[in-house]
Every structure is written in C-alpha cells, then in structure tokens.
Design a protein around this ligand. Structure first.
Ligand SMILES: Cc1ncc(COP(=O)(O)O)c(C=O)c1O
Length: 381
C-alpha cells in the first residue's frame, strides 16, 4: 500500500483491506513460531531466526518471547533499523568489508549485543581497526564454505583465521571469537529430501573439519551457527550445529512448500499472502492487480490460494489467472473478487512493502488485528 492508500484499522473486516496488500495470517504465523521454538527446545539447540526474511522489530520481539536468543540480519543497515526499533541482540551473518560501514558496525556494537561473520584476514584487520577506534567489542564468527561456493574460507583455513581473531581479543582488542558460521544456502531449495540430506551431511563434514582446524590451533570453538528452513532437521540430526538461523519457516512461501518434506521435520503453514483483486476479465482469463511490484518472482510465480486457478503471467501491476487444466471457465473469479496469492519467495516480497496487515480469524471472515511497520524494508546496504 502506498502512503496515500487508506490504512486498515484494527477490527476492520478482512474484506475491506485495500489491494494489493501484504497480509499475515496471524493464527498460522503463531503456529509456525511455536512449532520451530518447540523443535529447537526439544533438540537442545539455540534458535536465532533470520530477520532478513521479515525485517520487522515486532516479529523479532515475538521470536525472542518464544525462546530465540536473538536474530540474524545480513546487512549493516538492517541491523541499524532493527536496533533503532528496540532489537538488542543481533548477528550480522555476513561479511562487511567497507571501512565506513565497519565504523557504523563498531558504533552499533556499543549500543547492543552484536556479532558478525568474517572470512578473510583483511576483513578481520579492518573490523579490528573499526572496533578499536570506536572502543567497542563484537562477537566474531569465522564463516566456512560448507558447499555453496559463496562466502566462507576453506575448512582447513578456519584455525588460522580464528587465531587472527583471537589476536585482537579483549582487553587489548575488541574481537571475541564466537565460533563457526556454516550455512549452505543453495541446499535449502533442493527439492528432494534425499538431496537436501546429502548436502547437509557434506556441510556437516566440512563444519567438523573447521572445528578440528580451530581445535588444532588451541582455540575452543564455542558455537556452530547456520541452517535454514530446508535443511534444519537434517542439520540438527548431525549433532554439529548448536544454533539455527532459520528464517522462512515463519511465513512459508510457495518455493519452500514445493520441497519434498523431510520425514521427521515439523510442518509449517503458509502465513504470508498478497491480497489481490480481479480488475479485468477476458474470455478465458482474469487479471488481478498484483504484479512484480507486489511480490517477487525470482523463485517462480505465486500460487493462487485455495482456488482452481493458476497465476500464469506477471507484469508490473498485473497478474493473469487461468483455470487449472482440469477446471472449467466457471472457476474464474468475478470482477472485483478477492484472490489470495502465496508469494514465490517471501524475503524479496517483504522488501517491496512498508507494512504488514495482520489478520486474526482467517482470510475469510477474519479481522485486522494490527498493522506492523516493516522497519528494515529497503535496507539493502
Ligand atoms: C546466512 C543465512 N542464514 C540463514 C538463512 C535463512 O534461511 P531460510 O529463510 O531459508 O530459512 C539465510 C537465508 O538466505 C542466510 O543467508
């Protein structure tokens, strides 16, 4: 919704929410929140959910109340925005290399409990300089490449980098070595549960090698942190990970729902929707008012929720719907009718919106319970 659109009021019926709008089904989200918290508790691992997904201080608070030790973010500006809104324990699970940005990180570390990832000696030196100039301290995780081929050092180099971090330890320096970051992003979206299990096992063997390298350097590896919605159940079974960074479980986008579920993993429900409305009808199709500017399609098109319809093409402000192959034209919605979309990918969808409209009592018949700002929306630097 733009600033000019009417803001939903608490108690308004769902039908009155202007479209397109980003809507949370609060009952479903609360069940997802409780399910993941119970899983972490029963397996004796810490939960530090990824707030890059929801970008909301309110949701971060709900996650903390459900037992999370803090949240992760990927960007300096995300950490600043959430800290300004009251979040006080944040891990930037990513490398920051620009000195001006590191200076901001170091200043933020004076106000909240802050951690960050490193994967190079140069990065450690720059971080140490920034923290020394600010007079702050920060927890540091050495990121290891556990199979994705993105950020992270080779497992065998983890000990050397840990030693480098420790050389800047308090009281002379401000870097507290905290452990290993082991996250395999592309493994999360492998469709087959057997494929994800194999990727998780490979990641576990590399994380184990990193722990050994750090141990051989005479340093205690306190925590191994990582895992996402696609692999957390396999990761926990390996016994290597101490802390889960899962993000998408809370909203469950269409892409994650398309994964073959792991046999012993808890199930999560769709809790994030784009409310759209039919604005035009053709002979065999209907057009809704939600396109690229309402939801991201990098992981594929949205699913039409509980209708015999497919969202077949997307443009800036439009989406074209057609009946499923085995459904009749009669299943096409009427002009003005509401159509609920399950976004293909929740993170970049959220980043398109200023606020969530939070609904209690279901998408049909429910009411607006609240409106939550997305404080870190647009924080990409
Ligand atoms: C470093 C890191 N940890 C955790 C996550 C959370 O993953 P998911 O949303 O798939 O649960 C991500 C997501 O991209 C990530 O980049």
């Amino acid at each position: 919704m733009s600033a000019a659109a009417p803001l939903p009021q608490v108690g308004d019926p769902v039908e009155s929410i202007d479209t397109p709008a980003l809507v949370i089904d609060l009952d479903a989200m609360e069940r997802n929140l409780a399910t993941m918290a119970a899983f972490a508790r029963s397996h004796g691992v810490r939960l530090r959910p990824h707030a890059k997904m929801h970008k909301s201080a309110t949701i971060a608070r709900l996650q903390r109340e459900a037992g999370a030790v803090g949240v992760c973010v990927q960007k300096t500006s995300e950490a600043e925005a959430l800290a300004a809104a009251g979040v006080d324990d944040i891990y930037i699970s990513n490398e920051v290399i620009d000195p001006a940005k590191l200076a901001r990180v170091a200043v933020l570390a004076k106000r909240i409990r802050l951690a960050i990832a490193v994967d190079s000696s140069e990065g450690i030196e720059r971080l140490a300089r920034a923290v020394a100039a600010a007079g702050s301290t920060i927890d540091v995780f050495v990121e290891v490449d556990v199979g994705q081929g993105r950020c992270g050092c080779p497992a065998a180099a983890a000990g050397q980098l840990a030693q480098h971090v420790v050389s800047h330890a308090p009281p002379e320096g401000g870097l507290r070595f905290a452990g290993v970051q082991a996250y395999h992003g592309s493994a999360q979206h492998l469709r087959g549960d057997d494929e994800r299990a194999a990727a998780s096992q490979h990641a576990a063997s590399l994380a184990r090698a990193a722990q050994a390298s750090i141990g051989a350097a005479g340093i205690a590896c306190l925590l191994v942190t990582g895992a996402g919605t696609g692999t957390f159940a396999f990761d926990v079974a390996s016994g290597i990970w101490d802390e889960l960074q899962v993000g998408s479980y809370l909203f469950m986008d269409r892409d994650y729902a398309d994964n073959v579920a792991a046999p012993n993993a808890p199930r999560f429900e769709h809790a994030l929707f784009v409310k759209s409305r039919v604005m035009s009808r053709g002979a065999g199709h209907a057009v809704v008012d939600a396109g690229h500017k309402s939801h991201a399609i990098d992981s594929g098109l949205p699913r039409v929720w509980q209708r015999e319809l497919a969202y077949v093409s997307c443009s800036d402000e439009h989406g074209v719907l057609r009946p499923h192959a085995d459904a009749s034209r009669a299943s096409l919605p009427a002009l003005g009718e509401t159509v609920w979309l399950v976004p293909g990918h929740c993170d970049p969808t959220v980043n398109l919106h200023d606020r969530y409209v939070v609904v209690r009592g279901g998408l049909s018949g429910g009411v607006v319970e609240d409106v939550w700002q997305i404080e870190a929306r647009g924080c990409i630097s």
